[in-house]
Design a protein around this ligand. Structure first.
Ligand code: ZN
Length: 421
């Protein structure tokens, strides 16, 4: 099928028509006659969004999410590439498991599903996994992470950073000092004291970030910091970048909007790792994202069954789903506030994550010759989040009932219309 997209607004604000044929953007004059015309007056086109941090739960926890349901959730949210975190069962620590996930993604065919490989075997933090074999596998893994757990041992972290240099890989660190956060339930502060919940101090995150930027400098390797949540963490990344260290960082949509105030009613829908922090942290994260200190937004989409969320705070699972609300939260927190424009949105949600993970066909200019991965957004429209209407298999969105700006109307993957009509 070929498409002629009329009157699209490009990320830089200019208007253009876009022609798609055989998976690519082509010159309009070369379109065959049977193309579908889609009128896009007033709508924003973005390069297909790229998520560097997605939990798909397959293999092992298919009652919460599968590669197929996660892919559908992704394209509804405007994503054309997602990155499946390694904390499945079995853990994605061998070529066999990453190839399985990669092939499930290809068979679904809605978006690219790029597996992330575990840094250590079984996420045990002690023995490096088959990093080279995963890099050489059909999945061509370039991002490695023990996410959910911190690579705590500095020698293991150093070896991992050294290892991935050989093939231009990157280590994505979940920065959580384990001894400072044992049994922690939420941000450490006034509210955790009021609620009687064990706190999670900012320093537990910042200490690991500080250590690891120094290790990245020492090894001259690439480090990525997952889900930054504290003002102090932003300062450390800013310092490291000024020093020329190869570090990149992400922030989640929920940390751009929500604070630990939401924990006050003990509703575990707001229980997340790392925890919701303070208003002053939210302000610092938004400023860091706007000025490029924080390179990207990543969802940390973490589906959980209702049994593991509809229970007492202390026993509920950590995590929130995010693929279908991410772009709207970014529009609300960053564009509507004037901190970013749509060129910046394209940069933070597509171009930069594709570059960090070396996803070649994503985050490309919307021009003739590029693979047609794109999403179309009605930025003037508003919608009310309804967890029962989402495509993800899990319902644990903290935004149920929120009115949000920005409705994704179409998503094209490799030139195919995979969402919208
Ligand atoms: Zn994490």
């Amino acid at each position: 099928m070929s498409y002629f997209l009329k009157n699209a607004t490009l990320p830089n604000g200019t208007r253009a028509d876009l022609a798609i044929q055989d998976g690519q953007f082509v010159a309009a004059s070369t379109l065959t006659k049977d193309h579908q015309v889609i009128e896009l007056a007033g709508k924003q086109v973005l390069p297909g969004l790229v998520d560097l941090h997605t939990h798909l739960r397959e293999p092992g926890f298919e009652e919460s999410e599968t590669v197929a349901t996660g892919s559908l959730s992704a394209v509804r949210g405007g994503f054309t590439a997602i990155s499946a975190m390694a904390n499945t069962s079995p853990v994605a620590d061998t070529a066999g498991v990453v190839e399985q996930v990669y092939r499930l993604g290809q068979a679904t065919g809605l978006c690219d599903v790029f597996p992330i490989g575990a840094v250590t075997q079984g996420l045990n933090g002690q023995t490096l996994s088959e990093i080279g074999a995963m890099a050489d596998s059909a999945a061509r893994v370039r991002v490695f992470s023990d996410d959910g757990k911190c690579v705590f041992d500095p020698l293991i972290m150093r070896r991992a950073l050294e290892y991935v240099k050989k093939f231009d890989g990157v280590i994505a660190q979940h920065a959580q000092e384990p001894t400072l956060t044992q049994d922690s339930q939420m941000n450490e502060g006034e509210i955790s004291a009021q609620l009687g919940l064990k706190g999670w101090p900012a320093v537990a995150e910042e200490a690991i970030i500080a250590r690891d930027v120094l290790l990245a400098e020492h090894t001259k390797s690439r480090l990525h910091i997952c889900h930054l949540t504290t003002a102090g963490g932003v300062e450390i990344i800013r310092w490291a970048k000024a020093r020329g260290i190869q570090v990149t960082a992400e922030v989640t949509p929920h940390h751009l909007l929500l604070t630990d105030d939401y924990a006050k009613n003990y509703d575990p829908i707001f229980k997340v790792n790392p925890p919701l922090r303070l208003e002053s942290d939210v302000i610092a994260l938004r400023a860091g994202l706007a000025d490029g200190t924080i390179d990207i937004v990543a969802t940390d989409h973490a589906p959980h069954s209702s049994e593991s969320k509809d229970c007492e705070w202390s026993v509920a699972s950590f995590g929130m789903v995010g693929l279908e609300t991410a772009l709207s939260i970014v529009i609300k927190t960053m564009v509507e506030t004037g901190a970013m424009n749509y060129q910046d949105v394209a940069q933070r949600l597509s171009i930069a994550p594709a570059r960090i993970a070396r996803y070649e066909n994503h985050g490309q200019p919307l021009e003739v010759g590029s693979v047609a991965n794109l999403t179309i957004v009605d930025t003037a429209a508003k919608w009310i989040v309804d967890r029962d209407l989402m495509s993800t298999r899990s319902k644990n969105t903290p935004f149920h009932g929120f009115e949000l700006p920005g409705v994704v109307t179409h998503t094209f993957f490799n030139g195919k219309l995979v969402f919208g009509e």
